[in-house]
Ligand binder design. Structure first.
Ligand code: T3D
Length: 271
């Protein structure tokens, strides 16, 4: 492990750098890794640290124990619904969830959600906001918001229709039924559903493969695909030309072409 990543900013967040892959583990298994405001902020701080560290070329987010993340910790005093309903959830979303999700979507390296178990509420948003989501066959996704009188947040209203379409987004959020990993993969919510005994190896294989790719191009690809959801075809072509111009001047392109012509494996180092 890289010593820079050994001290934890929160006892509830593990950070382990193995090669160029940083694994961040939500560590509140007794509460299904539900998110306190402290844990949300710690996760964002770790992501910011990783974004600035050239040694990190891929980030994996996972959960300890049987759950990935059960969303907001409903017992956290920060969200306590006092009688009369005066909890300021808007402030929690704006001050804690929004910065976390923006940071995650702007990472300069690929992100992987290793969904080891249930991903509910904001926990599902966290998984679905990663670039590649891989789930154990026994995992499931739950839009838990409606059952407690809330709307889907942490980007869920943006992510769900884009990933699965409006009808499925509404079905999932209004009915609030658990979606198993296999169905989630068929719906296009996640990249893949993997048998339990093959899960860890598949996450490692995928993360190491992503870490070996030209990360700057990966991050630009994510941004272009997200932006293209609300631009015209012509605007998308312009944005692609601009990005390709920049990437063509970056060292990874020269390395990629050199490796191809010399029939060797490329060594990408840019970020
Ligand atoms: O600021 C704001 O609040 C707005 C932002 C909201 C974002 C959100 O995420 S809202 C949605 C919050 N999440 C939920 O509503 C999910 C609540 N949890 C569940 O529905 C179920 O726990 C699961 C379906 C996820 C799993 O069910 P199951 O039967 O496998 O486990 P369990 O027995 O319900 O839970 C095990 C323990 O974890 C239990 O504690 P105990 O009784 O053993 O001491 C349970 O209380 C705890 N736990 C589970 N989820 C949460 C939680 N504790 C706090 N907060 C949770 N979200």
């Amino acid at each position: 492990m890289n010593p820079d990543h050994s001290p934890s900013v929160s006892p509830y967040l593990g950070a382990d750098l193995c090669g160029a892959v940083l694994t961040l583990t939500l560590q509140r298994p007794e509460a299904l890794n539900s998110l306190t405001t402290e844990l949300i902020d710690a996760l964002r701080a770790r992501l910011e640290q990783a974004a600035a560290d050239p040694a990190v070329r891929c980030v994996v987010i996972t959960g300890a124990g049987r759950a990935f993340c059960a969303g907001q910790d409903l017992k956290d005093p920060a969200v306590a619904a006092v009688e009369g309903g005066t909890a300021d959830l808007g402030a929690v979303v704006a001050r804690h969830y929004k910065p976390l999700m923006l940071c995650l979507r702007a990472m300069p390296v690929p992100t992987v959600a290793a969904v080891n178990g249930v991903a509910a509420g904001a926990g599902a948003s966290l998984a679905l906001a990663c670039d590649v989501a891989i789930a154990r066959r026994g995992a499931n996704f739950l839009q838990a918001f409606g059952a407690i009188g809330l709307i889907p947040d942490s980007g869920a209203t943006w992510l769900l229709p884009r990933l699965a379409g409006r009808a499925r987004a509404l079905g999932m959020t209004l009915l609030g039924e658990k979606i198993g990993a296999e169905r989630a993969a068929h719906m296009g919510l996640i990249w893949s559903c993997v048998d339990d005994d093959a899960f860890e190896a598949e996450v490692t294989r995928t993360a190491e493969r992503l870490a070996g790719l030209p990360t700057r191009a990966m991050a630009r690809t994510r941004a272009l695909i997200d932006d293209a959801q609300h631009t015209s075809f012509a605007q998308a072509l312009d944005a692609e030309a601009l990005a390709q111009g920049e990437l063509g001047r970056a060292p990874d392109y020269a390395e990629g072409v050199a490796a191809f012509t010399q029939k060797r494996a490329p060594r990408f180092t840019d970020r």
